[in-house]
Design a protein around this ligand. Structure first.
Ligand SMILES: *Cc1c(COP(=O)(O)O)cnc(C)c1O
Length: 394
């Protein structure tokens, strides 16, 4: 039985999967079973923030697993407390953290905090959460309902929880607020929706308005967090102070972790929320190592240099291949090329893989780049060389 046959027989077929069998990774290069190399501009959908096989991360994980991998959250967990302090310090916000295992779960926690806040802080019960069209917030029944894309709300999984509505733009959010609205949930750069950043002034204005109404601003930083946009959090870049922020993807460097942080530390009390695995020794030790690797790169200005270098490369492509791409979109190392149509988007991604380059899709016509934050200039050069080869026939 081949690997593909094994997968098709025993794995539930929920993904449109590629069958390249990767067996090794070094930095931003992956190797398949035949020894062919691929430049990784996807980093596991923004997860492998420090690349593959990073010594600091793998040693920290190895050392920790030889000791304790897991005890329950009924005991205090030292690396969990340390990671929480580090995240709070780096964010600059006075917040408390709950650790989960994924982005969807972090968002579930955010919605629970918002709902309890809405139940206890006002004269009437408030429970409605406004989100935006083209957003993505997860795959659980609640977070899929929070996701502003009708195609995700299929009748197969109904009924969904009440209290979610979607607006076309930030401007439309103001009109949608009523006396049952408790929160607005947004991504500052819509990732899955097409690598689309919002205007800073627009977001700052919304944040001020919500604060004046005591309505919560929840920022889903599952994809934008942990230096992806150039600052530790995109909220730092936008210079806002959200009520709740969620993190996941890049935080564990590949080890599953999610986090919800809030300045309303008093809302949840004992018994309100919990997780068996969330914040265990393994994932929080990995999180600490990831931050130990990335923070010095940020502080030395190295990240900025790499980000500028990468964005110039993307820009060059747009200038040169106007028959394929309309424009460059995104921020930091969350970049995209708007293809002129869906067919070109699909062709580009397929050709890239053939040429030994892994890129992602986003939205209807965006080719997305989410490389490791630690990617080197050599890897960037080689990646774009392969990209040009991949599109040369189109
Ligand atoms: C990936 C993503 C999620 C979901 O995270 P999972 O770990 O897959 O549950 C939620 N929100 C945003 C913005 C994401 O990019």
């Amino acid at each position: 039985m081949t690997l593909e046959e094994q997968d098709k027989q025993y794995i539930l077929q929920t993904y449109a999967r590629d069958y390249t069998n990767f067996v090794k990774g070094v930095g931003s290069t992956l190797y398949d079973e035949n020894g062919k190399d691929y430049i990784d501009f996807a980093s596991g959908i923004g997860v492998n923030s420090v690349g593959h096989g990073n010594d600091i991360l793998t040693s920290a994980i190895c050392e920790q697993t030889k000791n304790i991998i897991h005890i329950s959250n009924l005991q205090v967990i030292e690396p969990q407390a340390k990671l929480a302090q580090k995240i709070v310090d780096l964010s600059g916000y006075d917040m408390g953290i709950f650790f989960a295992n994924s982005g969807a779960e972090a968002n579930e926690g955010a919605i629970k905090i918002a709902r309890k806040y809405g139940e206890t802080k006002f004269n009437n019960k408030r429970y409605k959460v406004i989100t935006l069209e083209h957003s993505f917030h997860g795959r659980t029944i609640t977070t899929v309902k929070a996701t502003g894309q009708e195609s995700f709300h299929t009748p197969h999984f109904s009924p969904y929880p009440d209290g979610f509505s979607y607006e076309k733009s930030i401007e439309d959010v103001y009109k949608a607020i009523d006396d049952e609205t408790v929160a607005v949930l947004i991504e500052l750069v819509q990732g899955e929706g097409g690598v689309q950043p919002f205007e800073k002034e627009e977001i700052q204005k919304l944040a001020r308005h919500l604060k004046s109404k005591e309505i919560l601003l929840i920022v889903d930083e599952v994809q934008t967090g942990v230096y992806r946009t150039g600052e530790f959090l995109a909220s730092n870049l936008y210079e806002i102070e959200p009520d709740i922020i969620t993190l996941a993807k890049g935080l564990g460097g590949g080890v599953p972790i999610g986090a919800v942080m809030t300045r309303h530390k008093e809302v949840l009390s004992a018994g309100d929320h919990g997780s068996t695995f969330g914040g265990n020794y393994l994932s929080t030790t990995a999180g600490l190592a990831v931050l130990d690797i990335l923070t010095p790169l940020y502080e030395s200005g190295t990240l900025d240099e790499v980000f500028i270098y990468f964005s110039h490369k993307v820009k060059d492509i747009v200038d040169k291949y106007t028959h394929l791409f309309e424009k460059e979109v995104g921020l930091g190392l969350m970049r995209g090329l708007r293809a002129i149509n869906t067919e070109i988007q699909a062709e580009v991604i397929k050709n890239c893989l053939k040429e030994g380059l892994i890129v992602l899709k986003a939205g209807r016509n965006t080719v997305r780049f989410l490389p490791s934050i630690t990617i080197s200039k050599d890897e960037i050069n080689e990646g774009f060389k392969r990209f040009e080869e991949a599109i040369s026939t189109l």
